[in-house]
Design a binder for this molecule. Structure first.
Ligand code: ADP
Length: 318
């Protein structure tokens, strides 16, 4: 690590990992500044967990260099581990213990933990301190998981899918809690497949796709480079295959039943072609709509570009 990397909490360069000869992480590089909330996104199988487990020191890598809080996780020491908090998707806890007993038990594992009451308060569980863990709701359980991740007062916190399986209200509560955590200066590495979550919480994000970095930047940067598009959608009659439309207009489309949509950077041109094709074939385009691409579309378009270019086009975002 050179002098310029002193403010970096994590530096990953050329990371590679394969399982049984299959490359699942293929030359991943990124950098996370101290105090940043960094989002690692990607569809299932993109390589997020593999990457994170290497950073956490739980998995060996095949190639590349990795520095986490100034150390190589492959040489993890107990002292280094104590500087890191990990919030897994489902932490193993005793259902018969109360919230306060559970947090206290975890606090005893650290030489200099946060205060138990203060930590419970930080995650908004004070009114539930004496409740048994087995009786907590999904949202409350996630807050407890986070309390256990931060009780050791870590400099770096790995948050794995913090709101998966939660209802919308509970998700918002967890977001508010993570937002508050950000104010404490801890570096957060958030793994998620929810675009809205990453937009709200992450200062910067990397989208992994099939083991490579498909995009790296702030949300605004990503939207500027990838998101200046419109989505055109409509429904086709049962007997008209979407493929004939795609070929005639020259677009990559996505079809879900009879509903078809495609992303367009030149909606006037593409609409003109689409309507010309429909007119000529006497096809009725039901529910025709043009809308600004959402963040999920951005996610899809980044993945699609990645597939088309072999993920070479990320430099513009660095
Ligand atoms: P993500 O977390 O983005 O869903 P993973 O890192 O879990 O992705 O997985 C990346 C790829 O590696 C997937 O295709 C997965 O099936 C494969 N994989 C993960 N762990 C193992 C393992 N222990 N053995 C073999 N293949 C694995």
């Amino acid at each position: 690590m050179n002098v310029a990397d002193r403010s970096a909490a994590i530096v990953v360069d050329g990371l590679r990992k394969s399982y049984a000869g299959r490359d699942v992480v293929r030359g991943v590089s990124f950098r996370i500044e101290a105090g940043e909330c960094f989002g690692l996104l990607g569809h299932n199988g993109a390589g997020k967990t593999t990457t994170i487990e290497i950073l956490e020191g739980y998995l060996d890598r095949d190639a590349g260099t990795v520095s986490v809080l100034g150390c190589d996780p492959a040489d993890a020491t107990a002292e280094w581990r104590r500087r890191i908090g990990v919030v897994l998707q489902d932490m193993d806890v005793f259902p018969t213990l109360t919230v306060v007993e559970t947090v206290r038990m975890f606090a005893d594992l650290y030489p200099d933990p946060r205060g138990v009451a203060e930590t419970i308060d930080m995650v908004g569980l004070t009114p539930r301190s004496s409740a048994r863990v087995g009786g907590l709701s999904g949202g409350e359980k996630r807050r407890l998981d986070v309390a256990l991740g931060i009780i050791g007062d870590p400099e770096l916190l790995f948050l794995d899918e913090p709101t998966t399986g939660l209802d919308p209200a509970a998700r918002r509560e967890v977001w508010a809690m993570v937002d508050e955590l950000k104010g404490t200066g801890v570096t957060i590495v958030l793994t998620t497949h929810y675009m809205d979550e990453a937009q709200i919480l992450a200062d910067r994000l990397v989208i992994l796709d099939d083991g490579v970095v498909a995009a790296d930047g702030t949300f605004d940067e990503l939207l500027r480079v990838h998101g200046d598009a419109r989505t055109i959608s409509f429904r086709l009659p049962v007997d008209v295959p979407a493929e004939s439309m795609g070929a005639a207009i020259g677009v990559e489309f996505h079809a879900d039943g009879f509903r078809v949509e495609f992303s367009s950077v030149d909606p006037q041109r593409d609409l003109f072609r689409l309507l010309g094709w429909a007119e000529e074939r006497r096809v009725l385009l039901d529910d025709l709509a043009v809308r600004r691409s959402s963040l999920d579309d951005l996610f899809l378009s980044v993945s699609a570009e990645d597939a088309a270019t072999g993920a070479a086009g990320t430099e513009a975002l660095r």
